[in-house]
Design a protein around this ligand. Structure first.
Ligand SMILES: [Zn+2]
Ligand SMILES: [Zn+2]
Length: 390
C-alpha cells in the first residue's frame, strides 16, 4: 500500500523526533522547546501557512491540496503536553527533565501529525485544505478550550475535525472507535468540613470533623448507587482527605475532601453539584459541623458524531482492514479535552493500538514507535478520502 510504504520510509526520522520530544517533556501551556521544534519541522515540509500562539501556545498550520476549489478545510489535532511524573524507564530516550514525562504518549501523537504533514506536503493528493492543530495543555489545563475560544474552528473554517489517542494493550496495527460517547465528562469537587476542634480525649466538647468527613465519604458513595439509574455510567471517586493537624490528640477544626466525578450523560452531570452539596451539608449538620462545597466543571463528553465515525473507520480500513478495527469498544471513563472541539465542529476521535504497555500516566509507560505509521496513514487517508481530488 503506497501510503504505508511512504511512512515506513519515514519511520527512522519519525522515531528520532519522537525520542527528542520524549527526552524534553514540557507541561501545560509552557511548551517553548516543543513548539519551536514543531514550527521548524513544519516550515521545512513547506506548509502553506503557520500561526503560533493560538490558544496561548497552540500552533495551527495549513496544507493546501493540489486543488483548493472544494473550499473545504478539515482539521487534524494532536496534543503536545507531558505530565508532572518522574519517569522510571531506563532506555536511552528517557526524560532528561526531573518530574516531567510524556506518560500519556502525546509525544507520539505530535510525531504522527508531523509525519502525516510531511507526507501531505509532498503529495497534496487532495482538493481543499488540511488544518494541522497542535494543542497545548490537554492534561487538565484547558488547552482545547483555549484554542476553540481563540476561534480555531471559525478562523480556519474547519468543517470537520479528527484526533487520535494511543490505547495501551490494544495491539499495534489495530484501531478502536465507536459512535456517540467514547470518553467521559470529567469534573472535580472540594468539600471543606468545619467544626469545633478540641482535645481528642474530650470529644463531647468538640464537633468531630474527621467523623463527619468519614460519614460524608460514605454518603457520597451512595449517590451513584442509589440516585443514578443503573443504566447510566457515572463515577464518583473521593481521592483526598486531609486535616489541619496531624497531632494524635487534637480534633481538627477543618477537614478537606477532594474528588472527581465522571459521566457519559450531560443530564446526570448537571444534577451532580446539587446532589453532592445536599449530601455533604446535611451529613455534616447531623454531626454538628458544616460543609462548604466547590464544584468545578472540567471537560465534556467526547461524543463522536455518527457520520464522522464512519469516515474515521473508512480511513482506518484502508490502513489495517476491517477485521483490525474494533467498533464494539466500551467507552472509557477518563476525560479528553478534544471534546471541546467537538462542541463546535463535527468530528471523531479514534484509539490507536499501543501494544502491550504500561497504562497512561504510569511512570513506566512509553508510546510504541511501531504505532507511528498506522496513525500517520489514518490521517493521510482521511485527507484524501474526505477531500477527494476528483
Ligand atoms: Zn493523559
Ligand atoms: Zn492523553
Amino acid at each position: 500500500m503506497p501510503i504505508k510504504n511512504r511512512f515506513a520510509d519515514l519511520q527512522n526520522e519519525m522515531v528520532s523526533w519522537r525520542h527528542d520530544f520524549h527526552e524534553y517533556p514540557e507541561l501545560q501551556f509552557d511548551l517553548p522547546r516543543t513548539t519551536k521544534k514543531i514550527t521548524e519541522l513544519l516550515k521545512g515540509f513547506g506548509v502553506d501557512s503557520i500561526k503560533s500562539e493560538v490558544g496561548k501556545s497552540g500552533i495551527v498550520a495549513e496544507i493546501h491540496g493540489q486543488k483548493i476549489d472544494s473550499g473545504k478545510a478539515i482539521g487534524f489535532r494532536a496534543d503536545m503536553d507531558a505530565l508532572p511524573v518522574s519517569e522510571m524507564n531506563n532506555f536511552s530516550h528517557k526524560s532528561k527533565i526531573e518530574n516531567k514525562m510524556h506518560a500519556c504518549g502525546h509525544d507520539g501523537h505530535t510525531t504522527i501529525l508531523l509525519g502525516a504533514a510531511k507526507y501531505l506536503c509532498e503529495t497534496r493528493n487532495f482538493n481543499g485544505k488540511v488544518v494541522l492543530v497542535f494543542q497545548p495543555a490537554e492534561e487538565g489545563g484547558g488547552g482545547a478550550k483555549a484554542m476553540v475560544d481563540d476561534n480555531l474552528i471559525s478562523n480556519w473554517d474547519i468543517s470537520e475535525i479528527y484526533g487520535l489517542h494511543n490505547l495501551p494493550n490494544l495491539p499495534v496495527g489495530e484501531f478502536a472507535i465507536k459512535p456517540g460517547p467514547l470518553m467521559a465528562a470529567s469534573d472535580f469537587f472540594e468539600i471543606v468540613v468545619a467544626g469545633k476542634g478540641g482535645h481528642a480525649a474530650l470529644p463531647h466538647f468538640s464537633n468531630d470533623t474527621t467523623l463527619a468527613s468519614s460519614a460524608i465519604v460514605l454518603a457520597l458513595q451512595q449517590i451513584v448507587s442509589r440516585r443514578v439509574s443503573a443504566l447510566q455510567s457515572v463515577v464518583l471517586s473521593v481521592t483526598g482527605l486531609s486535616t489541619d493537624t496531624m497531632a494524635h490528640n487534637v480534633t481538627p477544626d477543618t477537614v478537606r475532601i477532594t474528588g472527581t466525578t465522571r459521566f457519559l450523560n450531560e443530564n446526570e452531570r448537571q444534577k451532580m453539584p446539587e446532589r453532592i452539596k445536599k449530601t455533604a451539608e446535611s451529613t455534616a449538620e447531623a454531626y454538628g459541623c458544616s460543609a462548604h462545597i466547590q464544584y468545578g466543571f472540567g471537560v465534556g463528553v467526547t461524543d463522536n458524531y455518527v457520520k464522522n465515525t464512519q469516515f474515521a473507520i473508512a480511513a482506518a480500513e484502508e490502513v489495517v482492514g476491517t477485521s483490525n478495527i474494533k467498533t464494539d469498544i466500551e467507552p472509557i471513563m477518563a476525560g479528553e479535552d478534544f471534546s471541546e472541539m467537538l462542541t463546535k465542529c463535527p468530528g471523531a476521535f479514534i484509539f490507536l493500538g499501543n501494544g502491550q504497555s504500561a497504562s497512561w500516566h504510569n511512570p513506566s509507560y512509553d508510546f510504541n514507535n511501531e504505532a507511528l505509521p498506522f496513525g500517520c496513514s489514518w490521517f493521510a487517508n482521511l485527507a484524501e478520502q474526505r477531500l477527494p481530488l476528483n
